[in-house]
Write a protein that binds this ligand. Structure first.
Ligand code: AHZ
Length: 309
């Protein structure tokens, strides 16, 4: 029998259960067909509230001092979080996503089509996370982009040292004076509920919250309603002269450029994924995701290098 490990009783981690020949766990199989006398264990409403809020506030408290913050949980941010979480279980990693649903543009393969295309050698990342694909020679195809995203997401969420705060927008960067006159290094992020961020024009005085971290990875995508957040802020705080602006679509060139250029842009701030194209004037690649996965891997590598300095 295949066995399943899962959280069961309060304070206990693992119960191992037998499975039926069809592969269902025995307790689930036993439940089926017995719905007439079925009822849930008792609950009081406040218990549910406390179960959520106690954990959330403990997480806020713990992650107020993080080792690495990742802004944006799209395909690049999730790949970075996965790689970092795996390589460095000793680090406290905070993933902040403005949308309620993490995943960015990686729930569909392109337009409204399902399949996700990744050019080799990004198949290495698919094997790493355990996502099946069809091998088409120079490229591989995952049957649904949501399979890629949900798999990476589930692995990241299960990591002890990673916390995702979704529905939370990064509104600004925390900075400290850098080495040269006028230069800064990034030392964390300024956050707010996304719905609050969206109402600064019609509500007054909704001050944000903060998270300190010596290393921040920004993967907020190309410019748009939510995108290119950190690099636009670097321009307004005079750390970048101007953004080159993302260029037109050229799959062949775009993906190599994004991976190659994934780097620390100002001390303490690493930029990956399509946000980079706005700094460097790189092409977009459209619906092929290999560069997002591998830029995430490289951003994680860079973050560890900077953290260990
Ligand atoms: O919600 C955004 C998305 O989930 C999130 N985000 C943006 N601004 C944020 C902020 N605070 C917190 N201020 C923020 N979160 O960042 C995520 C970016 O995901 P994405 O999928 O847009 O970017 P990516 O670089 O991971 O992947 C790009 C995928 C693309 S775009 C493209 C093209 O246009 O040609 N081709 C590909 C493969």
């Amino acid at each position: 029998h295949a066995q399943l490990a899962f959280a069961s009783k309060k304070g206990q981690d693992v119960a191992v259960e037998d499975r039926t020949p069809e592969g269902l766990s025995k307790p689930l199989a036993d439940l089926m067909g017995h719905w007439d006398n079925f009822s849930f264990a008792p609950i009081r409403e406040s218990t549910v509230s406390r179960a959520m809020t106690r954990r959330y506030f403990a997480d806020l408290d713990r992650h107020a001092e993080s080792d690495i913050v990742i802004i944006g949980a799209g395909s690049c941010g999730l790949s970075a979080a996965y790689t970092l979480g795996k390589l460095r279980p000793d680090l406290r990693i905070t993933l902040i996503e403005a949308s309620v649903s993490p995943g960015g543009g990686a729930w569909l393969g392109g337009q409204l089509f399902s399949a996700m295309v990744l050019r080799k050698p990004a198949d290495i990342f698919l094997r790493e996370v355990g996502v099946a694909y069809e091998d088409e020679g120079d490229y591989v195809v995952v049957k649904h982009a949501a399979l890629f995203t949900s798999t990476v997401l589930s692995k990241v969420l299960a990591m002890e040292n990673v916390k995702l705060f979704n529905a939370t927008a990064v509104e600004d960067l925390i900075t400290r004076p850098g080495g040269e006159e006028g230069a800064v290094r990034v030392a964390g992020v300024v956050t707010n509920w996304t719905l609050v961020s969206m109402h600064h024009d019609d509500q007054s005085c909704m001050d944000p919250n903060t998270i300190n971290a010596p290393v921040v990875i920004s993967t907020t995508g190309h410019d748009g309603p939510f995108g290119a957040f950190s690099v636009k802020r670097l321009v307004s705080m005079k750390q970048l002269e101007q953004l080159e602006g993302m260029r037109g679509l050229d799959m062949q060139r775009a993906e190599d450029a994004i991976v190659k250029n994934t780097r620390e842009i100002v001390p303490g701030l690493i930029v990956g994924g399509m946000e980079l194209s706005e700094i460097d004037g790189a092409n977009r690649m459209g619906p092929t995701f290999g560069a997002m996965a591998l830029s995430g891997v490289k951003a994680a590598e860079e973050a560890i290098r900077v953290f260990d300095l």
